[in-house]
Ligand binder design. Structure first.
Ligand code: NAD
Length: 353
């Protein structure tokens, strides 16, 4: 199979983990006789520095003709002035809009060997296997904004069609898993949440009668994620709630560095990125955990290229390395010698079948 993949390393540890992802994808291409062409482009702070635009025209063109996009991370202290008119995050939001990837998937699985790396009690982590589905191109992040000296506003808008399509995707996923869908909103306060809840109830009762639907307020969901995480199967929620809850959920897995994500729309072209940010505190040291990025490459193979066996090969290799004690600094036991990003990637590549 031939595929064109745009790679957007971005800032901080973004380039370090992207390099790991490309090496693994090249390893897969060699083993299975595929031909993956990589087009490396600018985004975020690196793009602002080079061309004063966080989502340059060349990047847009490359993404538009690619089968999939692999993203490192954007942002960092260099570009963090809140009053700046151009910011790295604008590149990320523009990318998601341009690709029309309205559904963000974040699987949260626990490696039993890493349970002690999580701040949550090990007994609470037994049986945790959650898929968080976050609406990605609507809500408060994209609404009109106003600002004067002593007043600011961000408009939160949701349309019926935006809710229906994300609920359908989440319900379809739930039907292939344990059949349970938890919709998270703030319907006791927000009008957008009341529409969200109404549309969810109608869509599920009309189209997915066998799905067990539960509604939870976002504040309660934040508590239950820590208190009884094994309760959840598929969680679906709007953009900002999803942003916050998925970072919280990452702590169940022990480190931000472990978790992948996929963002998809109506076509197979998708955006794949680890859930972590640019981690300026460890950037340039070669110690970033590449597992979230490498697992994102597995999602890319599975969802955009329909290469299920290859994706499983990567997932199994990551599991095998963790099982046999390979650890980067973020997940190492006290006193354990940690692997560098490159060494961890080598170990994963050595285990590809
Ligand atoms: P972060 O995810 O970058 O880092 C949080 C903590 O987790 C840090 O201590 C970091 O060292 C650690 N960490 C993250 N990824 C790791 C990895 N792969 N291996 C080992 N440790 C890892 O979040 P932050 O510090 O809140 O944000 C830093 C910058 O990243 C900010 O500018 C923020 O806006 C940006 N950001 C970008 C994205 C994105 O590009 N999608 C997402 C979140 C944050």
């Amino acid at each position: 199979m031939k595929a064109l993949i745009t790679v957007l390393p971005g800032d901080g540890i973004g380039p370090e983990v992207c390099e790991a992802g490309i090496r693994v994808l090249e390893g897969i291409a060699n083993k299975y006789d595929h031909h993956f062409e990589f087009s490396e482009q600018l985004i975020g702070g690196a793009a602002i520095d080079a061309v004063q635009d966080p989502f340059p025209t060349n990047t847009q063109a490359s993404c538009a003709e690619s089968d999939a996009i692999l993203l490192g991370a954007v942002g960092g202290p260099k570009w963090s002035d809140p009053n700046a008119s151009i910011r790295p995050e604008q590149g990320l939001l523009a990318l998601r809009l341009a690709l029309e990837v309205f559904a963000n998937f974040r699987p949260v699985k626990i490696f039993p060997e890493l349970a002690s790396a999580s701040p949550i009690k090990t007994t609470r982590l037994e049986g945790v296997d959650i898929m968080v589905v976050r609406e990605l191109t609507g809500g408060i992040y994209f609404g009109d904004k106003t600002r004067s000296d002593d007043r600011a506003s961000d408009l939160c808008i949701y349309h019926r069609y935006e809710i229906e399509r994300i609920i359908r995707i989440a319900a379809n996923l739930a039907s292939k898993r344990r059949g349970r869908l938890c919709s998270i909103d703030k319907a006791n306060v927000l009008e957008t949440s009341r529409l969200w809840r109404d549309v969810t109830i109608n869509t599920i009762s009309e189209e997915f009668p066998t799905i067990e639907l539960e509604h939870m307020l976002v504040d309660a969901a934040a508590m239950h994620l820590i208190n009884r995480p094994a309760h959840f199967d598929v969680m679906v929620t709007e953009n900002m709630f999803g942003d916050i809850l998925t970072d919280e959920a990452s702590m169940l897995a022990g480190s931000m560095g472990m978790l992948p994500s996929a963002s998809l729309g109506d076509s197979t072209r998708g955006l794949y990125e680890p859930i972590h940010g640019s981690a300026p505190d460890i950037a340039g040291q070669g110690i970033a955990n590449p597992c979230g990025m490498i697992a994102s490459c597995a999602l890319l193979l599975r969802h955009s290229l329909n290469l299920t066996e290859e994706a499983e090969n990567i997932d199994n290799a990551i599991q095998d390395v963790i099982h046999s004690g390979g650890r980067t600094t973020d997940i190492a036991e006290p006193g354990q010698v940690a692997l560098s990003t490159r060494e961890m990637t080598d170990q994963i590549m050595d285990r590809l079948l």
